[in-house]
Design a protein around this ligand. Structure first.
Ligand code: NZQ
Ligand code: ZN
Length: 389
């Protein structure tokens, strides 16, 4: 196990009663709020009206930034920063999923910064201050409600980039599994794939003696494997929705990262797809992750074989590490398909995409690498896209 610092200051208020805490949480920070939300799901479900009524009841003035799209764009972050500065906003409140939350994070970090907020995403600067940030989560997926990350796409070149900072961890997040009953099956499935991916990125490590976090991660993934089919069959299964919602937050709040080094190559390979072709991040991961695993087996089969046994229930006497690992990957793909997820680029019409162009955009030159379990160069990106065809 390697040395680590663990800190996650997010306050989580979880359950059917979560919204009743909204007024008190907001009023800790002030009476001027920017509310950031997506394309309309919260209006259709009635949650938006409930939130507005609570804020009005507390004498809170609300500025709105709605219509945030999946794979959220930098221009909306700029717009939000402008509103906050002019209106002297006290708190940025995100209502929705990772896209609304990541936009809110960009805004909250951008307001006190003199330069261009994109500096944070392009690793030119690190934030020193942040406006208070709260979230009301409607989809378990990105884990942004507790994560250190914000991921934004710059329309200038469609560059999808993220950065990690403690300033991105929300001051509070409200999580009520009932708010996820309205999720379409496709979005539910995308969320489940992303939650699993956040745990798998950490599971595949070369660091040894990480038994506790290995076991916690296996338990987290198995919780998704067990509960995803339940919510697909019965969207208002509160207990199954609750398991997924809490797993989604814990998957990415860095607890499962303690003492180990995560990989994150699959996320980088996927982000190029969702940036260029606007596919859902979770759907992209269902295609990329199994391909990355098949590629990684060639270098380091052991941990993937352990995953096959501990998570995918491949028998311990199935065969050698490589065969065991490949059987685990096969079972993972079967699971993704059972949720209606694509597992090949051809499933989303991208079997003839320009993979070299994607790789060239992800990495600055031929020598640069991403990933830790295996190091990926541009050439490896292309090989993984080819495997995923
Ligand atoms: O826009 P609306 O109308 O709200 O609809 C959304 C959207 O179409 C819909 N939805 C959300 N809650 C709903 C609902 N529909 C019905 N009922 C509900 N309760 O679902 C769609 C997807 O929403 P989005 O916010 O885009 O989903 P997600 O949470 O998966 O966020 C994806 C973004 O997060 C980034 C991804 O790359 C992507 O840009 N990520 C952020 C991370 C982070 N900040 O830590 C880590 C992740 O790895 C990821 O990269
Ligand atoms: Zn993700």
């Amino acid at each position: 196990m390697i040395d680590f610092v663990f800190q996650n200051p997010a306050k989580i208020i979880f359950g059917r009663d979560a919204l009743h805490h909204l007024g008190a949480e907001v009023l800790r920070y002030g009476k001027r709020v920017l509310l950031v939300y997506g394309g309309g799901s919260v209006k259709r479900s009635g949650l938006f009206d409930q939130v507005m009524a609570i804020l009005a009841g507390g004498g809170v003035a609300v500025w709105e930034l709605g219509g945030i799209v999946p794979n959220p764009r930098l221009s909306r972050v700029y717009e939000g920063i402008d509103i906050c500065r002019k209106a002297k906003i006290d708190l940025v409140l995100a209502l929705g999923g990772g896209s609304a939350i990541d936009t809110a994070k960009g805004i909250a970090n951008g307001v006190p910064y003199d330069g261009d907020v994109w500096d944070f995403y392009s690793a030119k600067a690190t934030p020193k201050a942040v406006l208070p940030l709260g979230t009301i989560l409607t989809i378990p997926a990105a884990g942004s409600e507790m994560s250190y990350s914000s991921v934004i796409t710059n329309e200038d070149g469609m560059l999808k980039r993220g950065y990690n900072s403690v300033t991105n961890v929300p001051a509070f997040s409200l999580l009520n599994p009932e708010w996820t009953f309205t999720l379409p099956p496709y979005q539910t499935a995308c969320g489940c794939v992303d939650i699993m991916a956040h745990m798998m990125e950490r599971y595949f490590t070369l660091v040894e003696h990480v038994e506790l976090t290995d076991r916690l991660i296996a338990a987290g993934i198995r919780t998704v494997l067990n509960n995803a089919p339940k919510v697909m069959a019965k969207p208002d299964d509160y207990d199954a929705r609750a398991e997924l919602m809490w797993t989604g937050a814990l998957a990415h709040n860095t607890l499962l990262h303690t003492g180990r080094i995560g990989d994150w190559g699959s996320h980088k390979v996927e982000h190029e797809l969702s940036a260029s072709f606007d596919i859902a991040h979770g759907a992209g991961l269902a295609i990329v992750f199994p391909a990355w695993m098949k590629y990684a087996v060639m270098q380091h089969p052991k941990k993937i074989a352990q995953f096959a046994v501990d998570v995918m229930d491949v028998p311990t006497d199935f065969g050698n590490d490589t065969d065991t690992a490949l059987e685990g990957i096969r079972r993972l793909e079967v699971f993704y398909r059972s949720l209606g997820m694509p597992t090949r680029l051809a499933d989303v019409g991208l079997e003839n995409a320009d993979y070299a162009a994607l790789a060239n955009r992800a990495l600055p030159n031929e020598e640069a690498t991403v990933g830790e379990y295996i190091k990926l160069t541009r050439k490896d990106f292309v090989a993984i896209y080819e495997l995923a065809k």
